[in-house]
Design a protein around this ligand. Structure first.
Ligand code: ADP
Length: 193
């Protein structure tokens, strides 16, 4: 199973993607997590990514694309993966197409987690009080939502045209969202057989 999660900050991509990856028994790759781990560990990648994360801006495509290409080439991704937070721009979607085509792989589906703005901002501010994430503050949240609308949302249309889009309402409680996701994936895998 090869899946991508797309959704605005606060939609619950991380929570849902981790659980779905465990259920599908595939690798979960969150570019945001990788950047945060590298910042914590003080690596060169972390140093290059830090200012972008703190500003709510995207890390340059060259860095992000290389990171994902390297990870997807590892043996444990052969049986599948769930990408969480990548691709986030049309250029990244292109880069992903190339990486997958080189190894004759294709995406099975792209999940769009849809949540209204009010709920998003509420969730992010609440999370900010406990997460300690430097980018969960009101002005930076606004920036990240703008980035999502301008840079990432066009991908929804792209994958819809390709017939790959799975739209899921992320407003519901986490368990119901996960149930819906699993039902959808199950339906697709059984209808392929
Ligand atoms: P959220 O979706 O809540 O913003 P993420 O953990 O997915 O959380 O991303 C946090 C930050 O990491 C982003 O604001 C951005 O700076 C960086 N980042 C994550 N994924 C990408 C990506 N695919 N391209 C560029 N920057 C990214």
């Amino acid at each position: 199973m090869r899946l991508v999660f797309i959704g605005p900050p606060g939609a619950g991509k991380g929570t849902q993607a981790v659980r779905l990856a465990a259920w599908c028994q595939v690798v979960h790759l969150s570019t945001g997590d990788v950047f945060r781990e590298n910042i914590r560990a003080g690596t060169p990648l972390g140093a290059a990514a830090r200012e972008h994360l703190d500003a709510g801006e995207l890390v340059p495509d060259a860095l992000t694309d290389a990171l994902v290409a390297d990870r997807l080439a590892e043996a444990d991704c052969a049986s599948g993966f769930i990408l969480d937070g990548y691709p986030r721009t049309l250029a990244q979607a292109d880069a992903l197409d190339h990486v997958l085509a080189e190894s004759s792989r294709e995406l099975d589906g792209v999940i769009e987690l849809h949540v209204g703005d009010e709920v998003l901002i509420d969730r992010l501010l609440t999370r900010g009080r406990s997460s300690g994430r430097s980018d969960d503050t009101a002005p930076i949240i606004r920036r990240r939502l703008d980035r999502y609308r301008n840079d990432t949302h066009p991908l929804v249309e792209l994958y819809e045209r390709r017939g790959r889009l799975i739209r899921i309402d992320g407003d519901a409680d986490p368990d119901s969202v996960q149930r819906r996701l699993r039902e959808d994936i199950e339906m697709r895998t059984t209808s392929k057989e």
